[in-house]
Design a protein around this ligand. Structure first.
Ligand code: ADP
Ligand code: ZN
Length: 431
């Protein structure tokens, strides 16, 4: 189902005209209201009245995470504090959290894009929704909560964690849709299976998963455990929270960016130049409509492709591919750029390996060194684990051209997500 048919299927020429008008108004607004942007635009030699449409986007300066940190907590706000009705903060995965604010209109837009996301994933009014994203400063829980109410779902605001209770609610309240991190979805699936729950006796058919990188191979693993559609949702607190983009369940082939609110670009991380559609670049977003903390050309650090081809679902909004990883998570091993997600994809190509692994980075001399631990699906003996390890090593070598130290461990030995983001990367380079 398409939540906002008129907007989500708008011809691209019209959509781009709307974006252009909004970009011009946005530039004038931040110039007047945010000292940081007045200076940034002055330094770039751009006068706001020169920004007339989408073609002028490239002239605008970038905003970086450190600019939010330098103006911590509220320095980039573009409205007086009495108009800010909510604050959130990023999870702080990569350092001090960045703080964001919302006016009443911002909360309204956010509910709308989350309603669009839920509908794109397959949710329909009247369905029951178990929201296992964390409630609190993290944007996931409250963002999806408001979106679900907007769409007309019955929300179970259970938040993340307490897996025993999640499993009980799935059986007793019979939710159709659940949102959480992909690593937590694995935990939930395994607990349901371990409890002997017959999938036919529960209603859960849709997982909306995001907040951390995952792969199509991981989607296959999850969908093999339960008869569900596992659909990708993407967002970051700086831009609004969840609901920046979402896959449609029809195609499951890239996440539609809600472009009437957010302009998306993919740029070369070194030069800042836009890369052609279909090529991997760093995602950059401009918030067209947000009031409390509007951002021009925000560098996310997330690497992915963007394409504007027509989608079978009827939506015209651009799609971004899977996040390969954050710039911060990119490893350079013997001169080869490696994203943890590439290792995940390689490992999941070996059917005897479970979707649980850990990547340990250490320093040997001046070089980064990779060791990978991955679980076997079934227990075996040492010789069995060694044979599997050799195959896993070959699978990684085939994709990355790298030899890594590979250990296959018995089932249920590596850390699981207990409700939130799970980092599979253990960085011991400074240890
Ligand atoms: P933090 O940056 O502290 O984790 P957020 O909670 O705002 O703060 O998380 C946003 C980040 O989470 C994104 O920039 C991205 O790296 C990651 N993320 C969110 N959704 C997805 C997704 N569907 N796939 C991959 N990564 C995602
Ligand atoms: Zn689509």
């Amino acid at each position: 189902m398409i939540y906002d048919e008129a907007i989500e299927t708008m011809p691209r020429s019209e959509l781009e005209a709307v974006q252009g008008e909004r970009l011009a108004a946005l530039t004038a607004r931040v110039y007047d209201r945010v000292p940081f942007y007045k200076k940034a635009l002055d330094d770039a030699g751009v006068s706001p009245d020169e920004i007339k449409g989408l073609d002028d986007l490239k002239r605008l300066p970038f905003t970086r995470k450190r600019d939010l940190r330098d103006n911590y907590p509220f320095g980039l706000f573009a409205v007086p504090m009495d108009q800010v009705i909510r604050v959130h903060a990023s999870s702080g995965t990569t350092g001090k959290p960045t703080v964001v604010g919302y006016t009443r209109a911002d909360i309204d837009i956010w509910a709308d894009v989350c309603a669009r996301s839920l509908a794109a994933s397959g949710a329909e009014p009247g369905m029951m929704f178990q929201n296992a994203y964390g409630y609190g400063l993290f944007t996931g829980g409250l963002g999806m909560h408001y979106g679900a109410e907007r769409l007309g779902l019955t929300v179970i605001p259970v938040s993340g964690g307490n897996t025993a209770r999640q499993v009980m609610l799935i059986q007793d309240f019979m939710p159709h849709v659940m949102a959480c991190t992909p690593s937590y979805a694995l935990t939930i699936c395994d607990r349901l299976i371990a409890a002997g729950v017959d999938p036919e006796n529960i209603n859960l058919r849709t997982f909306i998963l995001g907040a951390e990188p995952w792969t199509d191979e991981m989607r296959k693993s999850i969908e093999a455990k339960l008869p569900v559609n596992a659909v990708n949702i993407y967002g970051l607190s700086e831009i609004i929270g969840p609901g920046v983009s979402n896959e449609c369940v029809e195609a499951k082939d890239g996440s539609h960016v809600f472009e009437d609110h957010f302009i998306v670009e993919a740029v070369d991380p070194e030069t800042g130049e836009q890369v052609p559609d279909g090529e991997v670049g760093e995602l950059v977003f401009t918030t067209l409509t947000k009031e409390a903390i509007p951002l021009l050309r925000y560098r996310t650090g997330d690497r992915a492709t963007v394409n504007r081809e027509r989608c079978i679902c009827g939506r015209t909004h651009a799609r971004m591919g899977r996040i390969l990883g954050r710039t911060d998570d990119m490893l350079i091993i013997r001169g080869v750029n490696v994203f943890p997600s590439q290792i995940e994809a390689a490992l999941l190509g070996v059917s005897e390996l479970a979707p649980h692994h850990r990547i340990i980075v250490t320093k040997k001399g001046n070089h980064d060194h990779l060791a990978v631990e991955v679980e076997a699906v079934q227990a075996t003996d040492d010789a069995g684990y060694n044979t599997l390890a050799a195959r896993a090593k070959t699978a990684v070598h085939e994709i990355l051209g790298l030899n890594v130290d590979m250990t296959v461990t018995p089932p249920n030995t590596l850390p699981r997500s207990e409700g939130g983001k799970l980092s599979r990367l253990v960085d011991r380079r400074n240890a």
